[in-house]
Design a protein around this ligand. Structure first.
Ligand code: GAP
Length: 506
């Protein structure tokens, strides 16, 4: 059964994964807080990305740049002038919309019949919102106009016509579009004046570009090399939504990979376009290695009219979310645009000295840019399933990759009113915590405790029972197969550690 966004939202709320932000005050639209379980999931997503990008390669350095940057950064990057959305307002209900996100609106012509006894004369037009004309025709047939006519004598025009845009909520007239900059403004220092205005970064990438020369020099790097960064970004999105898919505060995991432009490469060196191909493959592989099913991932190449004027190519890694195929990550060949812009605006050279060629030039940049929240949402959607269990009610389970699972092991005493069992179980949980994240729980009956851990994706549960006190054995239960194995208490930590080590995302 296909997973719905409602099922994911409900799971997240019920199980301490993600909460509406500021909920006690009625919530702040489209902002979310990661609860005790969610914070672990997101940390694990970022950890898996960092491991793949920084630790397991020898051509990438890490960085943690400030969120607040010199305002000239945004003039150089183009965000001040062109990071905007076209907005329209409803003149009736005052609701604000992104013009390019308005649903299609069709004008369907109900053609007057040829029967002279028809109650009304001319054709009638009905305006409806629909993704395509066929659906619009069907909707028009449910309209008052259609049902008030002698149906048998009327027909629906086959010829598609676009209706003028209107408010999707109330059908009211819309204003002309205005450009709205998506950057959040704030002021540094105590004076609120234009000179003190700075912006919350709308992407982490610019922090990397402005540090390019410092990283290259201090780390004695030669091309090609990359700089990776994970951090918060802020965009005053007009139409955020779909849970954590599009929010105003989110986390990005970005790599800027600096390489030689194709015409500066010697035989055997990868060109910029070859690096772009390399990163497409690497990133697709990373998602599948983290457990996303191949059939739910695809690459979508940008059309010429979507492509920024400076970009040589861009693809989106798309995931089949419950809302449909949508962007998970973008991978662009940004040429020398960003570094050249910063050279121009800062007056500082951001060139690379190619010793072999005896030449200075601005490197090209390949940018795989992913969202940590969107990735977390994709992992949740892909891992969630509701399945029948033989002889019992169905169970909900998150089959997350072990490396992403928020909690690796839960330890329970079979009977919480037996202090010796509680003490043993607590002691085991505390000991195992040092090796991997383990929790102790005795707040429900054993069946319920298993179900709870299944729902948050805990790969292993260990139960201490009365026999443990005499035979020294515990029961190890596996999340996916639900099989249970008895083993000596002193062996269980090693067994779980081995399983987790084998599952490291490499
Ligand atoms: N430096 C390039 C850049 O920022 P982008 O396509 O605007 O490119 C990259 O953003 C990724 O950041 C997206 O693929 C998405 O995963 C994430 N992202 C962007 N806007 C977001 C938002 N409002 N909420 C959550 N994630 C977002």
């Amino acid at each position: 059964m296909a997973v719905t966004m409602d099922a994911i939202v409900s799971l997240c709320k019920r199980r301490g994964i993600i909460f509406q932000s500021s909920e006690i005050y009625g919530g702040l639209a489209s902002t979310f807080d990661y609860g005790p379980v969610g914070v672990e999931l997101k940390r694990n997503v970022k950890e898996a990305w960092w491991r793949a990008m920084v630790y397991e390669r020898d051509d990438i350095e890490g960085l943690d740049a400030a969120i607040m940057m010199h305002p000239d950064t945004w003039a150089a990057s183009g965000h001040l002038t062109s990071f905007s959305d076209p907005l329209v307002d409803c003149k009736q209900c005052r609701k604000r919309w992104r013009q390019d996100h308005l649903p299609s609106r069709w004008r369907v012509r109900l053609i007057a019949n040829v029967d002279p006894e028809s109650p009304s004369g001319g054709d009638v037009f009905v305006d409806v919102f629909a993704a395509d004309y066929e659906t619009a025709q069907k909707q028009a047939k449910q309209s008052k106009q259609w049902s008030s006519k002698a149906k048998g004598y009327w027909s629906v025009s086959e010829e598609p016509m676009k209706a003028p845009p209107a408010c999707p909520e109330c059908g009211g007239e819309l204003t002309d579009p205005r450009q709205f900059n998506l950057m959040f403004k704030t002021c540094v220092g105590p004076v609120e004046e234009e000179a003190a205005v700075i912006y919350m970064r709308p992407e982490t990438a610019q922090g990397i570009f402005v540090n390019f020369d410092s990283v290259m020099t201090t780390m004695r790097r030669k091309l090609p090399f990359g700089i990776a960064q994970i951090g918060k970004s802020f965009r005053n999105e007009i139409t955020p939504g779909n849970f954590i898919f599009r929010t105003r505060e989110f986390e990005q995991m970005e790599l800027e990979f600096f390489c030689k432009p194709g015409d500066k490469c010697k035989a055997g060196e990868r060109t910029d376009m070859e690096w772009w191909e390399h990163w497409k493959n690497e990133r697709m592989n990373w998602y599948t290695r983290c457990g996303i099913r191949k059939e739910n991932l695809r690459l979508r190449e940008h059309e010429a009219d979507e492509l920024a004027h400076y970009a040589k190519g861009c693809v989106d890694v798309e995931y089949k979310f419950p809302i449909g195929w949508s962007e998970l990550e973008g991978i662009a060949n940004r040429t020398d645009y960003d570094l050249s812009q910063h050279e121009k605006h800062s007056g500082k050279t951001l060139r690379y000295f190619d010793q072999e060629r005896g030449e200075h030039y601005v490197p090209y940049v390949i940018e795989p840019s992913a969202g940590a929240d969107r990735a977390a949402l994709a992992f949740l959607c892909d891992a969630f399933r509701e399945e029948a269990v033989e002889g019992r009610e169905s169970r909900r389970v998150l089959s997350l990759h072990y490396a992403l699972a928020p909690i690796k092991c839960a330890v329970f005493p079979l009977l919480k009113n037996r202090p010796e069992l509680v003490e043993k179980a607590r002691g085991l949980a505390l000991k195992m915590k040092k090796s991997f994240y383990t929790v102790y729980d005795d707040t429900a009956a054993i069946g319920k405790l298993y179900r709870r851990q299944d729902e948050i994706g805990t790969p292993f549960c260990v139960t201490v029972d009365v026999d443990t006190l005499t035979d020294g054995q515990v029961t190890l239960r596996d999340r996916d197969s639900m099989t249970q194995e008895r083993m000596p208490i002193e062996k269980v930590e090693g067994v779980i550690s081995d399983a987790l080590k084998k599952a490291v995302i490499g």
